[in-house]
Design a protein around this ligand. Structure first.
Ligand code: GTP
Length: 375
């Protein structure tokens, strides 16, 4: 039986939507030191895509259900960690050397941290060791201005990883670095391109110590400890055809929509759908992720990543991650963008028959024919 005398280190990998958390995690998982690690992934959006894109030779990848870790899924995180302990004690699960939790890009890290440090049972088996926050050099400054979650993610970090520096305007970098230094004076900032960033060592920061952070951090953590359920009235609107949800903590306006499509999609249609969505509502798009079955080479799915105004170069996977499920999945996280708009635009370009809705030909002539286009 494995010894449980030593607490298992838990690290949190956070950062705003699309900052590069999964990319970094994929690199870190290649480090042999991560072989016995368990990874917990949480995604905002009903259709998980991230777990399909995590390349790992170890099987201990646990995907938490839909919802944001800092809100609805918090109890589930505690249950997952408890089940891990139970599994190791009974020998069903082999001893894990470390747990890494990748949060959603919208997560407030404080409740996630508090689930590890503040839960009486969990805290006796696990130590919080290393909060790593990825900051996107392209969108970082504006994201910090617009989203309090992003500010918290930076402030709590033991280490900051600056991603996409090569894509950013070099003149904006010193400004971003100054902002990061104000929010978190003690955390070293490292460039994502550096080789040593992509190893397990990035998590080795010793026991988490709020005293090394700006005073707000200690207050946030204490708030979570005393009022675990504050502001958590969820108005989930699951059901019927509504594939979106609403997590109050992130404001009414941010929603995630998922689309699943069976048939192969013509590349030109996909391109037009994406172009039209960007050109009409680009400023409202926070994140788009898709794995797409195209008519051209349908066995090598296309992966698309949009992060605010940036669309990263799409690439093909050599095969479908799950050969039994080769359906297109698309997740859009947007602010103030009605679901009907995204869905109808997608349907129009993928040729699903519609009644009383503009078809593709009509849209190419007049994109304003879609309800919601003028919002
Ligand atoms: N050029 C460049 N692209 C990057 C870098 N890091 C991430 N990307 C790209 O940014 C996009 C989003 O990366 P992800 O790793 O999926 O981001 P994430 O933070 O896990 O995204 P969410 O889970 O949706 O919040 C992908 O297209 C990556 O290839 C980087 O350092 N440089």
């Amino acid at each position: 039986m494995p010894s449980m005398n030593e607490r298992i280190p838990v690290s949190i990998l956070t950062g705003f939507l699309g900052a590069g958390k999964s990319t970094l995690l994929n690199r870190i998982l290649k480090d042999p030191a991560m072989r016995d690690a368990a990874v917990i992934i949480n995604e905002f959006g009903e259709v998980g895509i991230d777990h399909m894109l995590v390349e790992s030779s170890n099987d201990a990848i646990i995907e938490l259900a839909d919802g944001c870790l800092c809100c609805t899924v918090r109890g589930e995180l505690v249950d997952t960690l408890a089940a891990l302990v139970d599994g190791m004690q009974t020998g069903r699960i082999k001893q894990v050397s470390r747990v890494v939790i990748e949060t959603t890009g919208l997560a407030d890290p404080a409740p996630v941290m508090q689930s590890v440090m503040g839960h009486p049972v969990i805290a006796s088996y696990f130590d919080l060791e290393g909060v790593v926050t990825v900051v996107d050099a392209v969108n970082g400054l504006s994201t910090l201005d617009d989203f309090p979650e992003a500010v918290r993610q930076v402030a709590v970090a033991d280490r900051l990883v600056l991603s996409k520096a090569s894509l950013a305007d070099p003149e904006s970098l010193p400004q971003l670095e100054a902002r990061l230094a104000t929010l978190n004076p003690r955390a070293p900032t490292v460039d994502a391109d550096r080789d040593d960033v992509g190893t397990a060592a990035i998590f080795a920061n010793g026991l988490y110590d709020p005293a090394t952070k700006i005073p707000d951090v200690d207050r946030w953590l204490r708030d979570e400890a005393t009022e675990p359920d504050h502001a958590h009235e969820h108005h989930h609107e699951h059901g019927h055809d509504h594939h979106h949800h609403d997590v109050n903590r992130h404001g009414e306006a941010i929603r995630s929509y998922s689309i699943i499509h069976d048939g192969p999609i013509d590349p030109a249609s996909l391109e037009m759908f994406v172009d039209l969505l960007r050109s009409t509502h680009g400023e409202k798009l926070l994140r788009m992720k898709a794995i797409v079955r195209l008519t051209d080479r349908p066995e090598q799915p296309l992966v698309l990543h949009g992060v605010q105004a940036i669309f990263h170069p799409p690439f093909r996977l050599p095969a479908w991650p799950d050969p039994d499920d080769r359906r297109t999945r698309l997740v859009v996280i947007a602010k103030d963008l009605p679901e009907t708009y995204v869905r109808e635009l997608f349907d129009a370009f993928t040729g699903r028959p519609q009644i009383d809705r503009p078809d593709r030909a009509a849209l190419e002539d007049n994109p304003l024919a879609i309800p919601g286009m003028r919002l």
